[in-house]
Design a protein around this ligand. Structure first.
Ligand SMILES: Cc1cc2nc3c(=O)[nH]c(=O)nc-3n(C[C@H](O)[C@H](O)[C@H](O)COP(=O)(O)OP(=O)(O)OC[C@H]3O[C@@H](n4cnc5c(N)ncnc54)[C@H](O)[C@@H]3O)c2cc1C
Length: 392
């Protein structure tokens, strides 16, 4: 396996770097840590769409560039390193588009794929519920068939961008027969978030920001043409979908500016007249961090090559997400330890350093190892599918 970039890939990398550098200078768009979670800018996403950088890995027959997941990874790495505001198109590009390409009807393909490529439609994921997070098969939201429609009732939670997205990709119970095996009882349905009967309430996170929501369904009527794939196959489909969620570099670099801030702080700060950069314990901590960053980065590039080989790398993606989210948690922990009180100051204070990103990423960090599957659940996948150990 050769992980060196080809000439064309290096050119693409330079092109996106130059583009981001020039667009950042204009000050037109907000660049920040955790931008995929926190910032929603249709205008910025449309600038990327004009370049053909949304859906670059999708096959040409569906409007994509047919380039490959490695090219997507190169683009994404630069976008997230710079903190570009990718929230609007992010889910469409990462998993909703590939999900529709894999499982969607011709109607769904015609209705959505081109709009996604043009950054004209945005999505949220309606999977988790108050009693169904890790155990998605405990999902209780129901979609009951009534003529040409599903009537949906229930509640979802932790819905990122639920308040701003146009459509939600939902997992719903569609079989109520006690004889149906648990995993055959669910279907996936695309839901227009403006449909009457949907109530969205904000959930404010520890940083004090509104990124996720509770979503309630009260007799919400959705036409059956919005069913994704086969009725009863939703659980298996979602597992494929989650591989696309876990196999990406975002889990390593969504708080990359914290790493840059930490290194800058250490290089430019003295304690009792001695530069922090000469402290052996700090040097040791930073070197260990860098080793993990480089290992995580190479591993994600490797998992990406598996996607390009047409594989669904379930346990490999689980290893990657496990390693990378633990790296991210360590990064904010180490930054807070080394920067002491400076690392705890929130953005609104006049004393703040690096716009408060270190304190913010410390507060965000518990979520990294939960979102998209917790480390414990990933370890179960690695044990079962990777190591072939017996199920618990
Ligand atoms: C920032 C963020 C954004 C999110 N965005 C979305 C979104 O857009 N849409 C969406 O649907 N969901 C979203 N989620 C929800 C996320 O998918 C869930 O938090 C996650 O699946 C865990 O579910 P839970 O929170 O209910 O925790 P639980 O499942 O209740 O787990 C609690 C703890 O118990 C452990 N645990 C549970 N089961 C086992 C087991 N079998 N073995 C060992 N340990 C176990 C878990 O590892 C965890 O530490 C988001 C979460 C976060 C933090």
């Amino acid at each position: 396996m050769d992980l060196r970039l080809t000439e064309a890939q290096s050119k693409l990398q330079k092109e996106i770097r130059d583009f981001l550098e020039s667009i950042k200078k204009t000050g037109e768009y907000p660049f920040t840590n955790d931008s995929l979670q926190l910032v929603f800018s249709p205008e910025f996403s449309q600038r990327l769409a004009e370049k053909g950088w949304i859906g670059i890995a999708w096959p040409k027959e569906f409007g994509g560039q047919g380039a490959g997941y490695l090219e997507r990874c190169i683009i994404l790495e630069e976008l997230l390193k710079s903190g570009a505001p990718v929230g609007y198109h992010y889910l469409a590009d990462r998993q909703v588009g590939p999900g529709i390409i894999h499982f969607g009807s011709d109607f769904l393909k015609d209705e959505f794929l081109q709009k996604m490529l043009n950054a004209q439609v945005s999505f949220c994921l309606l999977f988790s519920e108050p009693n169904a997070g890790s155990d998605l098969a405990a999902c209780e939201t129901t979609a009951v068939e009534e003529g040409d429609y599903f009537i949906i009732n229930g509640q979802k939670t932790w819905t990122s961008h639920g308040h701003s997205a146009d459509y939600g990709w939902g997992l719903m119970r569609t079989s109520f027969d006690s004889g149906t095996p648990r995993h055959n009882a669910f279907s996936e349905i695309l839901i227009n978030m403006k449909t009457p009967g949907i109530i969205i309430r904000p959930v404010i996170n520890m940083v004090g920001l509104h990124s996720f929501n509770e979503v309630f369904f009260d007799n919400v009527k959705i036409h059956k043409k919005y069913l994704i794939g086969e009725k009863g196959n939703g659980f298996r489909q979602i597992m494929t979908n989650l591989v696309y969620e876990r196999a990406t570099i975002d889990r390593l670099i969504q708080n990359y500016s914290t790493k840059e801030a930490l290194f800058e702080y250490v290089k430019n700060t003295e304690k009792n007249g001695v530069p922090l950069s000469k402290d052996p314990l700090i040097r040791d901590g930073l070197a260990r961090l860098e080793v993990e960053f480089q290992v995580g980065r190479k591993y994600i590039y490797y998992v990406t090559t598996l996607l390009d080989d047409g594989k669904i790398p379930d346990y490999e993606a689980a290893i990657g997400k496990n390693f990378c989210t633990l790296f991210e948690a360590k990064l904010s922990d180490l930054a807070t330890n080394i920067m002491g009180l400076h690392g705890l100051i929130m953005p609104e204070s006049p004393e703040v350093l690096f716009k408060g990103i270190v304190a913010e990423s410390y507060l965000m960090s518990p979520s990294y190892t939960l979102q998209g599957g917790s480390v414990e659940i990933l370890k179960n996948i690695i044990s079962k599918r990777g190591l072939k150990l017996a199920s618990k």
